[in-house]
Design a protein around this ligand. Structure first.
Ligand code: 3PG
Ligand code: MG
Length: 418
């Protein structure tokens, strides 16, 4: 059922608790934490501007990293408050806690249209435990609840789920933000009856991460293109040699079942016909975490289905990239989740870059609708400078996967129906 959204709210002078996903990548530079990618902040601006223009008193809450109940200063949201203020062109007050008297005082001091950001909710274990008393403390300052944190909506935590129940008990409204609404539209409604041909591109390391998505999309897609290390589990299941490639031998039957289902439903299911391989060599050194440092040497093209015993497959090969690009160019709808190889290393990034370019061409030249299901594929598109050339990029990683699997997300379920 459709959910209430911020467009439906009358929030003049009301205190609105807005859960956002500001779990942004950060890095320490000269003793300061700096934000590497501001996409998740940028994507909340429309919701915040709308609420502000409607005269809401906005109380923002978010998590950063996984501090597991400790006040880890490197995971403070203070730098995010500064960045948000800069991007919004409006002051954003910061409170160094997420519950208690300081928060109550700051919330009371807000004038209509003003904002404040609370400190990392995961400084408290009660957040992830979805503790009811904690949810009540969070909700104590709010009249209305808005969830714009699609990326965290697969978590049933106090600030994503418990608080919505607290507000509901008081008869308060719980609405989706504009980003949440867009995510549900593109990853949900738009994929119900996609224009055909509908091509799905799936990559990433593990079959086990994607099997439920594969199973569900086999019922919708015309073609599924497989890349990433996941492809080697399929290859192993088909009896080929995969050398030292990443693989899940215990998922061979799952891979075969997917191939069977594809055949039965007449879905074209393509696996790489060539690969870029390399030879992993133990350097004898240990990294910061005490794990052996493995270097990949001698990157080269490997034709055919078998990979030599001493080598590892790390990207799709040029023939596969060409074939996949051709299929993608003919699509009217595209869903892409997961890179084709170890794209963080330039030597193994060409396959992912070729797919990214093909998705962009299909969108820009042939009017295809392209939806990028979050996580590493978004990173890859941004790395290639193509982020604004597709129809939609999800801000969710795990959340978009779970949603594509057809699961109801707790953070969405807790919102008011229209
Ligand atoms: C994410 O970055 O995937 C979301 O913010 C959720 O974070 P989590 O995986 O730590 O719950
Ligand atoms: Mg995650």
């Amino acid at each position: 059922m459709a959910k209430l959204t911020v467009n439906d709210l009358d929030v003049q002078g009301k205190k609105v608790f807005v859960r956002v996903d500001y779990n942004v990548p950060m890095e320490e530079k000269d003793g300061k934490m700096v934000i590497n990618d501001t996409t998740r902040i940028k994507e909340t601006l429309p919701t915040l501007r709308l609420l502000s223009s409607k005269g809401a008193k906005i109380i923002l809450a978010a998590h950063l990293g996984r501090p597991k109940g400790k006040r880890d200063p490197s995971l403070s949201l203070r730098p995010v408050a500064d960045k948000l203020a800069e991007m919004l062109g409006q002051p954003v007050a910061f409170v160094a806690d997420c519950t208690g008297e300081m928060v109550a005082a700051a919330a009371t001091a807000l004038k209509p249209g003003e904002l404040l950001l609370l400190e990392n909710v995961r400084y408290y274990n009660e957040e992830e435990a979805n503790d009811l008393a904690f949810a009540e403390k969070l909700g104590a300052v709010a009249d209305v609840y808005v969830n714009d944190a699609f990326g965290a909506a697969h978590r049933a935590h106090a600030s994503t789920e418990g608080i919505a129940r607290v507000i509901a008990k008081r008869g308060g409204q719980r609405a989706a933000g504009l980003l949440m609404e867009r995510e549900l539209k593109f990853l949900g409604a738009e994929l119900e009856n996609p224009p055909r041909p509908f091509v799905v591109i799936l990559g990433g390391a593990k079959v086990s991460d994607k099997i439920k998505v594969i199973d569900r999309l086999l019922e919708k897609a015309d073609t599924i293109l497989i890349g990433g290390a996941m492809a080697y589990t399929f290859k192993l299941a088909l009896g080929f040699q995969i050398g030292k490639s990443l693989v899940e031998p215990d998922k061979k039957d799952v891979a075969l079942a997917a191939l069977e289902k594809a055949k039965a439903r007449k879905v074209q299911f393509l696996l790489p016909v060539d690969n870029i391989i390399g030879t992993p060599v133990d350097t004898g050194k240990l990294n910061k975490k005490g794990k052996p440092v493995i270097e990949i040497r001698d990157p080269r093209i490997n034709n055919g289905d078998n990979i030599p015993a001493d080598a590892e497959g790390l990207d799709i090969g040029p023939e596969t990239a060409r074939k996949y690009a051709e299929v993608i160019q003919g699509a009217k709808s595209i869903l892409w989740n997961g890179p084709m190889g170890m794209f963080e290393d330039d030597r193994f990034a060409k396959g992912t870059a070729a797919v990214a370019q093909a998705v962009v061409d299909a969108t820009q030249k042939h009017g295809a609708k392209s939806i990028i299901g979050g996580g590493d594929s978004v990173k890859a598109l941004n790395k290639a400078g193509l982020g604004d050339k597709v129809t939609f990029m999800s801000t969710g990683g795990g959340a978009s996967l779970e949603f594509l699997e057809g699961l109801e997300l707790p953070g969405v379920a807790a919102l008011s129906d229209k």
